[in-house]
Design a protein around this ligand. Structure first.
Ligand SMILES: Nc1nc2c(c(=O)[nH]1)N[C@H]1C(S)=C(S)[C@@H](COP(=O)(O)O)O[C@H]1N2
Ligand SMILES: [Mo]
Length: 347
């Protein structure tokens, strides 16, 4: 079992691949699971380490020129406010970064995530809109800046990234529950933001402070890191380990999931011959705009040896996955088709 000092929950090797202060979910850990990612295998991305926060002394401070009635809220007050449940993905902007190097021979620095820097949970909490209105949101408010209570990151201060007020009022949740339990320490206890469809960094964990400004705000997280990055692109993954062995001639049902920050997935195709021909996969389960679409396809391996499986999805905006994509200096937004290696062995 791997233990990262920066993460509290256990990180068994069959569920996670460790990366410095973060832990990536192994996609084979989603095989046979329901729609949501169980919390025990949900990826963790920490800039520093998981802090221990006492909910009984915790306060959320709302302040700034964009509010008429700034003030502090405690945990009990938040729990007593009108709540909403939301099924949504959180995905790191760097998810898939490794494939810039392995598939396109153009590696980019940063955590070398495969495709496991994503999870879908059932979040419950208070709509950010409700809290902002409660604190007297002024019509001239422009940006909302959530700040984390974890240790400052290098010389950049606390992790914080501004959100435009329009997104803050749309579908953002102040979540205190994940998959029916109080938020675990690694995922932001006592309260985190969940910003559907946007890069993971928008979903600030261990929330302690929200500033509402009447002008645009800038922090290292929307200038230096993740500039101009808002919604997540289209991606697909197989619920399979790398190099999974399959028996020749034995019928298989191959499972996977596809997602997009822009809207619903409308089509998923799979290629078993390196991208020459594509077959349409079948959907099942709920088809939610801020989460993923589970799918499956039948396949009987007819050729021995190492080969690749490829999946490509298309969303309702027409965005799809290409064979290769231009290099992105930070290694964000890898939305090309991933070549998933498997091997077929004698049956
Ligand atoms: N306060 C704080 N919030 C944070 C982070 C962090 O390090 N500190 N990491 C961000 C990043 S980069 C991602 S991808 C998501 C990951 O959420 P998770 O660890 O619950 O999977 O949290 C975001 N929120
Ligand atoms: Mo991230």
């Amino acid at each position: 079992m791997h233990a990262l000092a920066t993460i509290v929950k256990p990180l068994p090797g069959h569920l996670f691949t460790p990366h410095e202060a973060s832990a990536e979910m192994r996609w084979e850990a989603m095989a046979g699971q329901g729609f949501h990612t169980p919390t025990d295998r949900f990826f963790v991305r920490n800039h520093t380490s998981t802090p221990f926060i006492d909910a009984s002394t915790w306060r959320l401070r709302l302040h700034g020129a964009g509010l008429r009635s700034p003030g502090d809220y405690d945990y009990e007050q938040l729990l007593a406010m009108p709540a909403r449940t939301l099924d949504a993905a959180i995905e790191c902007a760097g998810n898939g970064r490794r494939f810039y190097g392995t598939q396109q021979h153009s590696p980019t620095p940063g955590t070398q995530w495969g495709l496991g820097g994503i999870g879908v949970a059932r979040w419950r909490g208070v709509p950010l809109r409700h809290l902002l209105e409660h604190a007297g949101l002024r019509p001239d408010a422009v940006d909302v800046l959530p700040v984390g209570l974890d240790a400052p990151f290098e010389h950049h201060g606390h992790v914080r990234r501004p959100l435009p007020v329009a997104k803050a009022l749309d579908d953002v949740l102040l979540a205190y529950e994940m998959n029916g339990e109080p938020l675990p320490p690694d995922h932001g206890f006592p309260v985190r933001l969940v910003v559907p469809g946007w890069v993971g960094i928008a979903s600030i964990k261990w929330l302690g402070d929200i500033e509402v400004a009447t002008h645009e705000l800038f922090t290292p997280w929307n200038t230096e890191f993740y500039p101009h990055v808002t919604t997540q692109p289209v991606k697909s993954a197989f619920e399979l380990a790398w190099d999974t062995p399959f028996l020749l001639g034995r019928p298989q049902v191959i499972h996977g999931r596809s997602w997009s920050g822009h809207g619903r997935i409308v089509k998923v195709e799979v290629s078993f011959d390196g991208g020459r021909t594509w077959k349409t996969a079948e959907h099942h389960g709920p088809h939610l705009v801020s989460a993923w679409l589970p799918w499956h396809i039948d396949w009987t391996p007819r050729r021995l040896g190492p080969q690749v499986l490829m999946a490509r999805a298309t969303d309702e905006t027409g965005a799809t996955q290409r064979a290769t994509i231009p290099r992105q200096p930070f290694g964000y937004h890898f939305d090309a088709v991933v070549q998933h290696p498997i091997r077929v062995i004698p049956g």
